[in-house]
Design a protein around this ligand. Structure first.
Ligand SMILES: *Cc1c(COP(=O)(O)O)cnc(C)c1O
Length: 251
């Protein structure tokens, strides 16, 4: 094992251990909380090392960058690639063709395009719906910060259930950046309450997945019911660059 792999492996195993402890603490089965290792803006060798270190789910934010990695590394058995970032309409086909799960579905229009492209690719794309529970202007997702407005979202969300080539599996959220992990707890609880509400109001879909928690707060997220945590820097280190532009990424 080279140094990069062993460094990542140590952090990966530590994260798994933290997740298992948090799950047991809240009387959950540790197997219900899966770890997505976020390799966005990391070079190919870091993604490769994460897989060698044991990562089974990799998360990417930018479709082109993700697809390049999938095409270089994706044929390894048992490895899943998830799209976790905002998807622009014109990138929808890349996502429909290449990713195992989209965490960040944030509009009906995008959903309609994804369903069409998934149909053309003769597949069903599993998706999570992204909700903005902090109400921040800069965040994507349906605004769910005010519980009294939840029911006004139902007609649009019901429209998603009718799309033939998407399969809704649950919710995703990215709470406001707090000063420590405890600041996220009330937002994670709100996401879970929203999930329970949607499961009640729109029983035609599966609402079981909750994607929430990043490097700074994934332990709290698991305590509050996360089934997928998205951890980048705590496992693979600082990102090499933070450019939003796919095109600037080179392997
Ligand atoms: C970058 C990112 C993460 C991972 O963040 P870290 O702080 O590196 O753990 C998780 N989720 C989303 C949506 C991201 O964009």
């Amino acid at each position: 094992m080279n140094t990069l792999v062993s460094t990542i492996r140590e952090k990966y195993l530590h994260a798994l251990d933290q997740i298992a402890t948090a799950a047991r603490k809240s009387n959950r089965n540790p197997a219900e909380a899966r770890l997505v290792v976020v390799t966005k803006s990391q070079p190919l060798e870091v993604a490769q090392a994460a897989i060698e270190a044991g990562a089974r789910i990799l998360g990417e934010n930018y479709p082109e960058e993700g697809v390049t990695k999938i095409q270089s590394l994706g044929n390894q058995t048992g490895v899943e690639w998830h799209m976790i970032g905002h998807v622009q309409s014109r990138k929808a086909r890349l996502v429909a063709d290449h990713f195992a799960l989209l965490h960040s579905l944030d509009s009906l229009k995008l959903a309609q395009r994804l369903s069409r492209f998934a149909g053309e690719a003769e597949r069903i794309l599993p998706v999570l719906l992204e909700f903005n529970v902090g109400g921040e202007e800069t965040k994507s997702g349906w605004n769910a910060s005010d519980e009294s407005t939840w029911d006004s979202l139902l007609p649009e969300l019901a429209g998603l259930l009718d799309l033939p080539h998407l399969r809704i599996c649950g919710l995703m959220s990215m709470p406001p950046l707090g000063k420590d992990a405890e600041d996220s707890r009330r937002f994670f609880r709100q996401v879970r309450r929203l999930r329970d509400h949607l499961a009640d109001q729109l029983p035609g879909a599966d609402w079981s997945e909750l994607s929430m928690g990043t490097s700074m707060d994934y332990v709290v997220a698991v305590e509050e019911g996360a089934t997928l945590v998205r951890v980048g820097t705590a496992i693979v280190g600082e990102r090499r660059h933070t450019s939003e532009a796919d095109a600037s990424w080179t392997p």
